[in-house]
Structures are given as C-alpha cells and as structure tokens.
Ligand binder design. Structure first.
Ligand code: SAM
Length: 385
C-alpha cells in the first residue's frame, strides 16, 4: 500500500509489483493509474452536475447522494467526496477492497460524508436510489445497466473498457452484451459510444425513464458517458425515436441513419448500388451538451491535475464537435479518391466556406464531421489536393 495524490486528494492504493500484479485486474485490489484522466474529467463533470442539482432543484451539495458502485480502492468516489463535497457511498463486494475503502475513509477523515458498503452492486442498486450513480467495472458495464437504470435518479455515469466488443472487433461478444450489431470500420470509436448509449436508452425505456447525454467520450481503451436521467413514458417514447440503425456502404463510404427499433432498410447502396452493412440498434441522438462541456472546461481550469491539458483538449473537442452521426476519416476518403490529404483544419475551413457545417472530432485527429453530402465532400477533397 502506498499513498498517491490525484487532483486534490491523497488516497491509499495497492502497490503493483512488476510481474506479480499485472494486469491491474489481477491485483487483490484494483488500481489503474492510467485512468487518472478519466477520473479527473469525472470530478469536473460531477462537480458541474452537483451545482446544477443544487441550483435548479434546491438540493444542497452535501445532501446529493453519489454511488461509486464498483469502487475497488475507492479512489474515484473518494475524490468526488473530497473535491465535490457530495455524500458518497463506496461499494465493492471484495473483502480486500472493502477494507482498503475503510482505511481510506479513515485516512481522509471523511466519515461524515462517506459510507462504505460491501454488497453485490446490483443488489445495492435495486435496494437504494442515488442522485448520481457511477458504474466503473472491469470490461463491460452490461450486467449492471438494468439495476443502474433503476437506481440513478438524476445522473448516470458509465465507463466501458470492453472497446473490442463495443466497436465490432469481437462481434459475437458485442451482440451478446449489447443486443446490437456494431460495425468495425473507420468510425468504430463513435460506433462504440453509440452502441453503449443505445443499450442504456433501451434499459431506461423499459422503466419508463429517459436520458439526455451531457458528455460522452472515447479513447482506444474506454468509453465514458454522463447521462441526465428523467421519468415519463411519453418522454421515454420520444427518446426511443433517437435509437435506430446506420447503414454503411463499404465500397463508397455512403452512410445513412434510420431511426426506429424495427424499420425497413434497403440493402442496396443508393449511391453505388453495392450491398450495404447494417449497425444497430444504436443511439442516433446527441452525445454532448455544449453548455455542460463549457462548464466542465471552467471547472478543469481550477484543477491541479497533471492531466489538465489533455482533459481540456478532449472536452474542447467534444464541446465543438458537430453532434451528427457519424464522422468521416480524411485519409480513407483520400485513399479512395487517389489524392493526398490536406491539413484537417484546411479541409474543415473549406467545407465551412462552401456553406456546410463542419468540425473536428475528439474521436480521431484525422477525422471530421460535416452535414455535406459525400459527393460534395469528395469534390472539396479533390479540389484541395
Ligand atoms: N472505480 C475503480 C477505480 O476508479 O479505480 C475501479 C473499479 S474496478 C475496475 C471494478 C471493481 O468492481 C473491482 O474492485 C471488483 O471487486 C468490483 N466488482 C465486480 N463485480 C462486482 C459486483 N457485482 N458487486 C460489487 N463489486 C463488484
């Protein structure tokens, strides 16, 4: 055991002896320093959301109940309790983890604001409701989503590290876990986010509840999303209108979205007549709220974290990216056209000067989003060669 400082919080975590406790999931209590960036963004995001709850719903910050359902050392929830000030429950069914959580509560002297719990997370989430529920599992969150969809009153935050099933690299695993078919193509990172959100939307709908994504981001290692939650069958119906399919032409890169859970979709590409591929059901709606991202940026400005600049860059890109499915990969389009790529900013500026909406995307540095048709994109790329 050693103490590490993340953000403003010093926490006791297990020492990972080389060769003994790698991967981190093999250690008696899990701690992954590589997730500091994810936790830094979480602290900022939950701090912003706690302010929204206290201002709009008159819930004092110290009365907001936050659950870290799969807490391990507790580092995520300990930071939220210490740096945001909400009332926190740290839960983990492992005895080693529970003992370390108790030691950490003692170490920080935060008994008044933190409960330790040693339950199956699903049992706890079926028993109790929390204003904010955070699911940060090994791999897939799928086994926890039904209970989390019940327990989260105002905000549900979910991490998924099973990017291979989510983005179609492990197809059958993805189908089993998310009851959806992903496509493993150039926009697989966005595919992963939309498959996860589609699954969560359907879990919420089963309970006459709905979600509004505030922020969703993806790296090679994980997907993370923050969803505002509300109640109501009609609103759940409207949310489900944003769940559907993407048909994709592997020959010419044409894509089309089809909203609805059961829809007729022609298998012929309307552009080049090749056979299209189908992904879904998945989330076709917005991934981010601009104001929420802007407020997170202000919050990150105040932090002392080592990942501050990286975190700010991700959130800035999320704030500014067009919220339409799905991004184009510039190099792939150029290869298909047999031309060399211009700078991504030059391409975006040109699309804009031609009257289209266009933006970069946090998913990839060589990709862009636009409302231009593929024919128009191709002629602009060819013009810039
Ligand atoms: N949130 C932690 C962090 O930021 O360092 C990491 C959590 S770790 C990836 C997942 C934890 O979930 C493990 O400590 C494991 O013991 C716990 N766990 C797995 N299944 C569980 C279940 N059904 N109920 C409670 N805890 C569970």
């Amino acid at each position: 055991i050693r103490a590490v400082k993340e953000g403003k919080t010093e926490v006791l975590v297990p020492v990972h002896e080389e060769g003994v406790s790698f991967p981190p999931s093999a250690a008696p209590v899990f701690y992954n320093p590589a997730m500091e960036l994810n936790r830094d963004i979480s602290v900022a995001a939950i701090s912003v959301f706690a302010k929204i709850l206290s201002e709009r719903r008159n819930i004092p910050v110290e009365n907001i109940r936050y659950l870290d359902a799969l807490a391990a050392s507790g580092i995520r929830g300990l930071r939220i309790a210490n740096e945001v000030g909400v009332h926190t429950t740290l839960n983990d069914w492992s005895e080693d983890a529970f003992e370390l959580i108790e030691r950490n509560i003692e170490y920080l002297g935060l008994h008044d604001r933190i409960n330790a719990s040693r339950k199956n997370a699903n049992v706890l989430m079926h028993e109790e409701r929390f204003n904010i529920v955070d699911i940060d599992p090994f791999g897939t969150p799928a086994p926890f989503l039904a209970a989390a969809a019940r327990s989260a009153v105002h905000l549900l935050a979910v991490t998924a590290t099973d990017t291979a099933p989510l983005c179609g690299a492990h197809l059958n695993s993805g189908i089993r876990k998310y009851s959806a078919v992903p496509l493993n193509n150039e926009y697989h990172a966005e595919m992963a986010v939309r498959i996860l959100l589609g699954k969560i939307a359907r879990e919420l709908a089963a309970r006459d509840r709905f979600m509004r994504p505030l922020l969703s981001h993806a790296t090679r290692h994980y997907v993370r999303t923050y969803l505002e939650i509300g109640n109501g069958a009609k609103k759940a119906d409207r949310m489900l209108e944003q769940v559907g399919y993407i048909s994709h032409c592997p020959s010419c890169d044409f894509r089309e979205t089809h909203a609805g859970i059961a829809v007729h979709i022609a298998s012929e590409c309307p552009r080049c007549s090749s056979e299209t591929q189908l992904a879904g059901p998945l989330w076709l709606g917005k991934l981010h709220e601009t104001d929420f991202c802007g407020d997170i940026l202000k919050e990150l400005e105040k932090t002392e974290s080592g990942t501050k600049e990286q975190a700010k860059k991700i959130i800035e890109l999320c704030r500014d990216e067009l919220d339409i499915p799905v991004f184009y990969e510039q190099h792939l389009l150029c290869k298909r056209l047999g031309v060399s790529a211009s700078g991504i900013n030059e391409l975006i500026d040109t699309l804009r000067s031609c009257g289209f909406a266009a933006s970069r995307t946090h998913f990839s540095g060589t990709s862009f989003k636009t409302d231009a048709e593929l024919d128009e994109i191709e002629s602009i790329i060819s013009m810039l060669r």
